[in-house]
Design a binder for this molecule. Structure first.
Ligand code: PLP
Length: 399
């Protein structure tokens, strides 16, 4: 019997999907379920995006396209990143992929040989570990708990980079914590990066349109332009424009890296479909009122979530300032019981909460922080408050 490749064994099914599937089953069985589990935007793109897709469909060539991305897409992305603060980039600094996830996988292939080290902070987005595992990289996790607002400190970064990793992978705003680094914090980390010239820096900043409290979006290259030769900015239309299923990811970085990704594309995916490309161009270059309105809506929901979680005795929730996630430390519940069911860890907590109250959250261990759980608050407002009330009730019933 032939065997599967070892790398498949290193890839694990997503813990987020496991809890989402359990919630789906309970719902199908007639239970009243409120899902805070999946991190998907709760809106669709604007009509101009669909109009552009329909128009493209009417004169679709049916052919393969550019491995780097169509010129119209690259030009729209250049304007988009200029508005964010990236100056002086050309098409040669850009490339595309099937969503940020595939872009990140391509970057791992392009930058990491088997056995090379990659470092990233925990809590981290679940796929970072899996992508690194699949390419056979060594992982060094920098642990950043609730006591430090889940944020990486310059000293932690300095210590990790002293090991000369090939890649430092950074995520801002963060999934799962909703934390956003201020301009000063980014500048302090950039100071450290300058001291370690042998490490590539990937900034996975696909939630850059969802920053609250006037903090603004900041990147290392804004603070230290010389880092442009090592920093790769990853973006996507998924969360900003309500287009996760359209699968368009983009990078802006050094020409050598953009070229490598383009070469990998020529072997992996060839190109993005024309219709999808037209939709992404319309999203990036059309009116930005939907992302702006959604950012304001999520900031309001953040207030609701933060207030409700902070009111639960013993729960510590660093105040999220971006994306649409909250990541409370719920370890106060460990060792207690709910209706006779013992809760020893985050997985047992989430299972008991779903069973008893019909609220689905993702255990923090999926993100490298077993003391917490992730709440994704994109659900309708009519579900948000009852869902939070059920969580508070669950805590109150612990003995
Ligand atoms: N990076 C982060 C931090 C994410 O949260 C996600 C999706 O949840 C991705 C990348 C992947 O995004 P895409 O839909 O563009 O593949």
């Amino acid at each position: 019997m032939p065997q599967l490749a070892q790398r498949v064994g290193r890839a694990k099914p997503s813990a987020i999907m496991v809890i989402a599937e359990k919630a789906r089953q309970l719902k199908a069985a007639g239970r009243d379920i409120i899902s805070f589990s999946i991190g998907v935007p709760n809106f669709l793109p604007g009509e101009h995006v669909y109009a552009a897709a329909r128009e493209a469909l009417s004169h679709d060539s049916g052919q393969y396209g550019s491995n780097r991305g169509a010129d119209a897409l690259l030009d729209a992305f250049l304007k988009h990143i200029e508005a964010l603060g990236f100056d002086g980039y050309t098409r040669m600094n850009l490339s595309i992929g099937i969503g940020a996830k595939q872009v990140l996988y391509n970057l791992a292939e392009a930058l990491l040989d088997e056995g090379d080290e990659i470092c990233f902070a925990a809590p981290y987005w679940t796929s970072y570990r899996d992508i690194a595992d699949i390419v056979g990289a060594k992982i060094n996790v920098m642990h950043c708990g609730a006591e430090q607002n889940y944020k990486l400190t310059p000293a932690q970064l300095d210590a990790a980079l002293a090991r000369k990793p090939k890649v430092f992978l950074f995520n801002n705003p963060s999934n799962p914590t909703g934390m956003v680094y201020t301009g000063e914090e980014i500048a302090a980390l950039a100071e450290v990066l300058v001291k370690h010239p042998d490490t590539w820096v990937i900034t996975d900043d696909i939630y850059n349109s969802m920053v609250f409290d006037g903090l603004g979006y900041h990147n290392f290259v804004f603070a230290k332009p010389e880092l442009r030769e090592r920093v790769i900015f990853v973006d996507s239309v998924s969360k900003t424009y309500g287009m996760p299923g359209w699968r368009v990811g983009l990078i802006a970085g050094p020409e050598s890296v953009a070229k490598a990704i383009t070469t990998l594309n020529s072997n992996h995916i060839t190109s993005l479909p024309e219709v999808i490309t037209a939709a992404a161009v319309a999203a990036l270059s059309g009116p930005q009122d939907i992302p702006k309105a959604k950012c304001a809506e999520f900031a309001g929901k953040r207030d609701t979530v933060f207030a409700a979680l902070s009111a639960i005795p013993g729960v510590v929730c660093p105040r999220p300032q971006g994306a649409f996630y909250a990541f409370p430390d719920i370890s106060v519940a460990f060792g207690k019981s709910h209706n006779g069911i013992k809760i020893g860890n985050d997985v047992e907590f989430c299972a008991a909460l779903l069973e008893a109250k019909g609220v689905a959250c993702v255990p923090g261990s999926a993100f490298g922080e077993p003391r917490a759980l992730r709440i994704s608050y994109t659900c309708p407002t009519a579900q948000l408050e009852p869902g939070l009330a059920r969580i508070a009730e669950f805590f109150a019933e612990l003995s």
